[in-house]
Design a protein around this ligand. Sequence first.
Ligand SMILES: [Zn+2]
Length: 197
Amino acid sequence: MNPLLAGSWKGLSPEWIGDGAVDVLIGEMPPQERAFVVETLQIIDSLCGVQVRLTSEPTAADLVVDDVASLGREEVQGLASWKGSQVHANWLSREMLYATVVTPQPPLRERYRRKGRWRTRLVKQPPLVEKQLGPWAKHLITHELLHGFGLNHPQGNGFSPAFSFATTQMSYRPDPAFSWSITPLDADALVAIWGPA
Ligand SMILES: [Zn+2]
């Protein structure tokens, strides 16, 4: 059996959903985070038989996805849990989730007039500074979303030494390559729950 199906699933199941579609409400979050959530939901939709639908109607949502200021426990950075009849997938929103990417910009050529003649000079441009989601944030978001679609930690234990991010995003153990992509084992577990794409 796929080790990610061990124990009780925290998340949604076809029996719960009934119509085979998961209606997802994405809370307010920075555009970089939202874009990554939408991209990851599309990948989940494409990998298995579940249909993911975005909704803006809170009562229609099966899964509510949001970043939060606090999860109530210091050591926890992300959490998936039932709230009433919905599954909530949350993670901490923190500056440290972002990597600042500085891209140098080429100088601009500017014309100017001196002593009655046109000349050109190069004018330095400030670098482009962008905030992008860091790899840890991407792992965290992917991990909580996969909980929302029914995946558990490998053999019910995120610290299991037999697994790492290289084999499943449901592990707590970083891999030197620090991959945040959904792995073949993750995809296999999604298919086991939701059927083939
Ligand atoms: Zn977890």
